[in-house]
Ligand binder design. Structure first.
Ligand SMILES: *Cc1c(COP(=O)(O)O)cnc(C)c1O
Length: 356
């Protein structure tokens, strides 16, 4: 039976990407050596790094004056690196979920960190819109896609102060105007690669303004100046990211990814809204995520939750159990998810409805 991977992260990757990466782990480019055992400073790996950075910039249309670096530590380390490098006195955060809250917590170690708005009281079922960004903040931090709650900012916002975004779970899913951001970061394991590498897009001019001494590995300058090769980078995840970038390019770029995402979302939200047994959890429909689609059993069918989960699993739907803080189901529909996967899930929902 064909399995569809709706897991939230690590998550689905294109088959071509997985195969190319596996092959390189056995014999890298016909060298007779594994990607895992060659020097990161070899000309063969340097070519991978160069191409990955160039394609990353090309696909997102990253303007002059920005650098792209690949580091370790996950998005979670960025929660600390961002304020370490950028917070002199005060930072502002939009609290739209657990990840945003964790980022805010780290910032408090470095200065004043204000929460400009929060939807925590409503279990993050929408993204606050009515707020004022303090003009004296060193930066404003947002999470563009809230992986756990299934809310997403579908447009680049305007900010009077440098804008910092955690795009772990929606990078490369739509065109973005990078010039509106000072810094964008994310763990790769949602939409770009296997776990182990973190991407950071940095506007060069925002660095060096805190007057603080920064440990070498935490300093973005180090990684920019050394081309992500200050120390040994995660070579296999970077190779895997390059394969994904090539796949995105071959499939219409980020505009192509957005088109696919909208088709999937329309199909699945359409069924959630139509089917009497289910309901979506996000109260503001314009905030519904294209990447993580959250839904629960309608109140009168609550006791059938475990049964539906089992039924869907028996039909090949993998990883649709919702996060414990939301419950129900979460179908993560990252770039690599084909429309037929979503159609298969919709068929399950229809079949389940017919049987009850
Ligand atoms: C998964 C996720 C994180 C955490 O990423 P790690 O790489 O595991 O540290 C942070 N932010 C968002 C939005 C995420 O989806």
């Amino acid at each position: 039976m064909k399995k569809y991977n709706f897991g939230a992260g690590p998550s689905i990757l294109p088959q071509e990407v997985i195969k190319a990466t596996a092959e390189a782990c056995v014999d890298f480019g016909g060298m007779g050596l594994s990607l895992m055992e060659i020097s990161h400073r070899s000309k063969e790996f340097q070519a991978v790094m160069d191409e990955a950075q160039a394609l990353f910039k090309e696909l997102l249309g990253i303007p002059e004056g920005y650098s792209v670096v690949f580091v370790g530590g996950g998005a979670s380390l960025e929660f600390c690196m961002v304020p370490y490098n950028l917070l002199a006195k005060k930072a502002a955060y939009l609290n739209t979920g657990v990840w945003a809250k964790k980022a805010l917590k780290e910032a408090k170690l470095f200065g004043e960190a204000v929460e400009v708005a929060s939807s925590a009281a409503d279990n993050y079922t929408y993204i606050p819109k009515d707020y004022t960004i303090p003009a004296d903040a060193d930066y404003f931090h947002i999470t563009t896609n809230n992986t756990i709650y299934g809310t997403e900012l579908h447009e680049d916002i305007d900010s009077p102060v440098p804008l910092v975004a955690d795009m772990s779970s929606d990078i490369f899913s739509r065109p973005i105007d990078v010039s509106k951001y000072a810094l964008i970061y994310g763990g790769a394991q949602k939409n770009l690669s296997m776990a182990g590498v973190t991407f950071v897009i940095i506007k060069d001019e925002i660095l060096g303004k805190t007057g603080r001494d920064i440990p070498t590995m935490i300093d973005y300058r180090t990684h920019i100046d050394k081309g992500s090769m200050f120390n040994t980078p995660p070579v296999v995840p970077i190779y895997c990211a390059l394969q994904t970038l090539k796949w995105i390019k071959a499939n219409g770029g980020v505009a192509g990814m957005e088109k696919r995402a909208k088709e999937r979302a329309e199909l699945l939200y359409g069924e959630i809204d139509r089917n009497k047994m289910f309901r979506g959890t996000v109260t503001a429909k314009e905030d519904r995520s294209y990447m993580n689609i959250c839904f629960v059993m309608a109140d009168e069918y609550k006791d059938l939750e475990a049964e539906f989960l089992q039924f869907a699993q028996s039909k090949g739907m993998w990883g649709i159990k919702g996060h414990r803080s939301v419950g129900g189901f979460r179908a993560s529909c990252y770039n690599a998810m084909p429309l037929e996967g979503v159609q298969a899930l919709v068929d399950c929902m229809k079949e389940f409805e017919a049987a009850h």
